[in-house]
Design a protein around this ligand. Sequence first.
Ligand SMILES: Cc1cc2nc3c(=O)[nH]c(=O)nc-3n(C[C@H](O)[C@H](O)[C@H](O)COP(=O)(O)O)c2cc1C
Length: 378
Amino acid sequence: MSQILTIDDLKNQARRRVPKMFFDYADSGSWTESTYRANEEDFSKIKFRQRVLVDMDNRSLASTMIGETVAMPVALAPTGSTGMQHADGEMLAAQAAEEFGVPFTLSTMSICSIEDVAKVTKKPFWFQLYVMRDRDFVYNLIDRAKAAKCSALVLTVDLQMLAQRHKDLRNGLSAPPKMTPKTLFDIGRRPRWWMGMLGTPRRSFGNIVGHAKGVTDLASLSSWTAEQFDQSLSWDDVAWIKERWGGKLILKGILDKEDAIMAAKTGADALIVSNHGGRQLDGARSSISVLPEIVEAVGDKIEVHFDGGIRSGQDVLKALCLGAKGTYIGRPFLYGLGAMGKPGVTKTLEIIHKELDMTLALCGKRDITTVGKDMLCI
Ligand SMILES: Cc1cc2nc3c(=O)[nH]c(=O)nc-3n(C[C@H](O)[C@H](O)[C@H](O)COP(=O)(O)O)c2cc1C
């Protein structure tokens, strides 16, 4: 553990401990993966201004996201099949986030259900909604999130259809994995992973199986999900979702100024500048390159959050300097989880916290809520 210093160290360890099918599922983007790469690469083009001889004592990373106090403005992004990176992954990640004091967002496509996560946490978590054609299922999902006292609904707006990821097709991705000689060989070399999996009953999509009509097993589940993402979803639907939910609403997946203006008009509490971690429109711009123009267009009307490509505390600070009020990490916490379970997620958060704190200080600032563009060379 003492040799784990960076998110990349966690990634390398996860690569050794998680079966290839699921490691690749996290470490992939759609088609040529150009947007996935751009998300990370464009961060490195942004440079800080080094400031010296400034009193750096008594620093604070505490802030708020949609009115909730956070230990640092970094939430865990919703990620599907997290319980396949490590047994009971969503429950463990939610606990790690709660203990650290940052929000956890549970995906609709999670392995552990809303109720599973509610049972092992004390504070409210956030729930991410995919809108399916089966509206009764969606109504019920919103009601279940309310019953579990989730404090925000994150509506994902950039996935009316699933873009193609070549690695997933080549690996024959499924949850739980199909037992071909190739997967058996791969899993056999990862005893920590399979022993964990044998020890949990949670190996399929917990929010769906037993809740969606006609979905009782893996075969019915895969045909259901393939046809269920609602391609007719439009801006008009946001109104009924907002009304049915009745609480804090975050729109996730905005990458264009005009869409940001539409998002602000819905009355949502926040939007997330995001290209789904480069997993949807390959060839779209990186999230960080779009952030400044969205902040300029709607920053005074709606809280602007950010995700995509964050691999360090320096990246978090760059996004905050460019106007994001909060950020999210996807792969960094999945790597931590795959590497070491709950302590690995805590490690991810510790690494990012430490880097963020030191970078803030070396830029001559003490309070994360006062950062701005003037700290960057732009
Ligand atoms: C393995 C994986 C699964 C994901 N599943 C979902 C999901 O179920 N719902 C969703 O809104 N976004 C999903 N995302 C996108 C993340 O919420 C987030 O936008 C993205 O991971 C941010 O980029 P980063 O991984 O570079 O931090 C997923 C991302 C990954 C890597």
